[in-house]
Ligand binder design. Structure first.
Ligand code: IPE
Ligand code: IPE
Ligand code: MG
Length: 233
């Protein structure tokens, strides 16, 4: 009997390269972001079809506020549009939409939409689609420490105590983290949670990432041996 293909329980993608994709076509950066979001719609379906239970994407980091105001405002508008137009489809696929990150600085109306999307899809259980928006790994750890201190100020603190105060404590650590567009770094994504993640890097810009590229990454993952500090199994 053929061995069953190993698939990640939690797939995470750092959606990078929208700007370069646009530049290469002499388009404004925001057009790249728009193309990137469109790509995301297809990807949720494809990822679900692969049998992956948790799919998280890095859409906006705590550091991305440092970009020109016009790009930040444009991105926030694209997020509004995406939620308004796409959450219905995600729900129809059995997708539960969840946001992960700091709530400060996000415009009030967008926050309300995010809350609506979460409530509206709360009962879906085929795939958790996690959008990391205003997310930073260091911010998450600091926020967890502060809420832990408020909750249980006495030492000693365990790993599990801290974990219980993360933004989404029930979500398992990412098994595979894909980063598009050639950069070989985490840029503050899933800092704590990535301790034993597998990484996959591709030069493809995010808007060009497709089913074929996803398969390649998943095939690569299936061939990896995870040892977690132990010995060959
Ligand atoms: C990723 O694309 C999307 C966000 C960070 C919001 P970039 O905007 O970082 O694209 P590049 O890296 O400039 O090509
Ligand atoms: C990481 O991409 C953040 C997101 C994809 C949301 P960046 O483009 O912001 O990262 P750096 O600046 O290249 O490290
Ligand atoms: Mg980038």
């Amino acid at each position: 009997m053929a061995e069953e293909k190993k698939i990640p329980t939690h797939l995470a993608i750092i959606l990078d390269g929208n700007g370069r994709w646009a530049k290469r076509r002499n388009l404004p950066r925001l057009m790249g972001h728009r193309a990137g979001l469109r790509k995301l719609e297809q990807m949720v379906r494809l990822v679900k079809r692969e049998g992956i239970r948790y799919f998280s994407v890095y859409a906006f980091s705590t550091e991305n506020w440092n970009r020109p105001a016009m790009e930040v405002t444009g991105l926030m508008s694209l997020f509004r549009y995406y939620i308004r137009r796409k959450v219905e489809e995600i729900k129809a696929e059995g997708g539960r939409v969840r946001f992960c990150g700091r709530k400060d600085r996000i415009p009030e109306d967008l926050l309300r939409q995010m809350k609506w999307a979460e409530d509206y899809t709360a009962d879906e259980n085929k795939i958790d689609f996690i959008i990391c928006l205003n997310y930073g790994g260091r911010a998450e750890i600091i926020d967890a420490v502060n809420s832990l201190i408020a909750d249980k100020p006495e030492a000693p603190v365990t790993e599990q105590d801290l974990r219980n105060h993360f933004y989404l404590p029930d979500v398992p650590d990412p098994d595979l983290i894909i980063r598009t567009s050639g950069e070989l770094r985490l840029s503050n994504f899933w800092l704590w949670e990535s301790a034993y993640s597998e990484y996959y890097f591709t030069d493809i810009h995010w808007p060009d990432f497709d089913e074929h590229e996803l398969r390649k990454a998943l095939d690569d993952y299936a061939g990896r041996e995870r040892r977690y500090g132990g010995l060959k199994g």
